[in-house]
Design a protein around this ligand. Structure first.
Ligand SMILES: C[S@@+](CC[C@H](N)C(=O)[O-])C[C@H]1O[C@@H](n2cnc3c(N)ncnc32)[C@H](O)[C@@H]1O
Ligand code: SF4
Ligand code: SF4
Length: 402
């Protein structure tokens, strides 16, 4: 396969933490779990839930129903906008290493919002790299997109957040802040630690009702953070914050300068047992009512995925989801960001040929467990599932995705 350009070819950004991995993490629990203002689902104003419900309906369910009515047209319900590929960190597993690549211009960003509006899409998720390497850009774009009626979703490692910015982006109309954190304290190659964003986390939880946004934690399960995943799940639950899990995936595309082929925290045979036990625990918590973006089915599929025994699945990339690259061109998904194929762009429109996509997916779906596309597939496969999605989130006030 040929690639138009590698987003990660231009050097490795960021700060790698080099502190040793802590094995006895349970001792840390009291340090991390600040006495909660509330437990999950408790203590939030009915108005906050109601406004989240109606915003979610307008942004997700309405566009989805319309998209099904016009199934011969390309009408994605979820878009990812790559505003920057640069990052202030260096997570060893991450394929994003685009230091010094100019970010998206505001003109392209606003035109992207215009194009998304024209195809009925109302969910705009920032992606990268780290979107907050340009905070002013994100603020201005959020204001603009929220005014256009978008559900704006910020995925961030949270380190560059501060109280003033949280208040500003709250006022700007952000809908969801997806805080990526993998461990309690930094470990080599896994720098996204709760220790580094604890203050930001507290302030986000504190302010979400005032501004009407939702915070959730996004955790990547690797072979190095198994005990931490449980701790993070518990501390999020104790504060009424939903969680979302990725399973660490070796990038489908190997870029020339990617240095961590052997130490990206990949899950190998020696970790199967520990990861299985963790997934069983997560499923148990999910069924017990912990608010998780992942369906139980997705969590179960993780076990097959790590053993390279995934069955082909109906990935909706390039159908119900789309990514917009820095220059305003399209691609189906993160994993195919670097493909040289022409998928169209915001000026000329999409070129997602269903037959071509189907052929690609025959090969990639047994090797990829894209969290966002798997959830979209799961919750849109029937009216019943869509209603379950609404019911689940109406109950728990979570309307994010990952
Ligand atoms: C690429 S980051 C961009 C946004 C932001 N910098 C962050 O860390 O959330 C988006 C998500 O991709 C996930 N991710 C990156 N590399 C991954 C990999 N190899 N396998 C699974 N998830 C990965 C991260 O954990 C993060 O939640
Ligand atoms: S996962 Fe996010 S924080 Fe980590 S290197 Fe990639 S873009 Fe940066
Ligand atoms: S399975 Fe879907 S998300 Fe993964 S690489 Fe293939 S098209 Fe992209």
């Amino acid at each position: 396969m040929l690639y138009r350009f590698s987003i990660y070819q231009l050097g490795v950004g960021g700060v790698a933490m080099a502190t040793p991995h802590k094995s006895n993490l349970s001792n840390l629990r009291p340090k991390w779990t600040r006495p909660g203002r509330r437990l999950e689902g408790e203590g939030r104003e009915p108005g906050y839930r109601l406004s989240n419900f109606s915003r979610a309906y307008r942004s997700w369910i309405g566009p989805y129903i319309k998209s099904r009515f016009h199934s011969d047209e390309f009408r994605p319900v979820l878009s990812f906008l790559y505003t920057d590929l640069n990052c202030n960190l260096d997570c060893y597993y991450c394929y994003s290493r685009g230091r010094h690549i100019p970010g998206m211009t505001m003109e392209v960003a606003k035109r992207s919002v215009g194009w998304l509006t024209s195809v009925g899409c109302k969910v705009l998720a920032y992606m990268g790299g780290e979107p907050l390497v340009r905070k002013d850009f994100i603020l201005e774009l959020t204001r603009y997109a929220a005014q256009e009626g978008f559900f704006v979703y910020l995925a961030t490692n949270g380190i560059l957040l501060d109280e003033a910015f949280i208040d500003e982006i709250g006022r700007a109309g952000i809908s969801t802040i997806n805080l990526a954190v993998d461990c309690l304290e930094g470990t080599e190659g896994i720098p996204k630690s709760f220790a580094r964003i604890r203050g930001q986390f507290d302030w986000l939880v504190e302010r979400e009702e005032e501004y009407g946004f939702i915070t959730f934690l996004n955790i990547n399960i690797t072979d190095r953070n198994i005990p931490d995943v449980k701790e993070l799940t518990e501390l999020a639950h104790a504060r009424g914050v939903p969680t979302d899990y990725h399973i660490n995936e070796p990038p489908l595309i190997r870029y020339g300068d990617y240095r961590h082929t052997h130490d990206g925290g990949w899950i190998t045979e020696g970790s199967y047992h520990g990861v299985d036990a963790l997934i069983d625990w997560l499923i148990e918590k999910n069924l017990a009512g912990y608010t998780m973006v992942n369906s139980v089915e997705h969590l179960r599929a993780m076990k097959r995925f790590i053993r390279r025994d995934l069955r082909p699945w109906s990935c909706c990339a390039g159908e119900l989801t789309v990514i917009i690259r820095l220059d305003g061109s399209f691609a189906p998904c993160f994993e195919l960001y670097g493909t040289q194929e022409d998928w169209g762009n915001i000026e000329e429109g999409p070129r997602f040929d269903p037959l071509r996509l189907a052929k690609i997916k025959e090969k990639c779906t047994p090797r990829c467990l894209s969290t966002c596309n798997y959830q979209v597939m799961h919750y849109t496969r029937s009216l019943l599932y869509s209603l379950q999605w609404v019911a689940k989130h109406a109950r728990t006030r979570l309307f994010g995705t990952s």
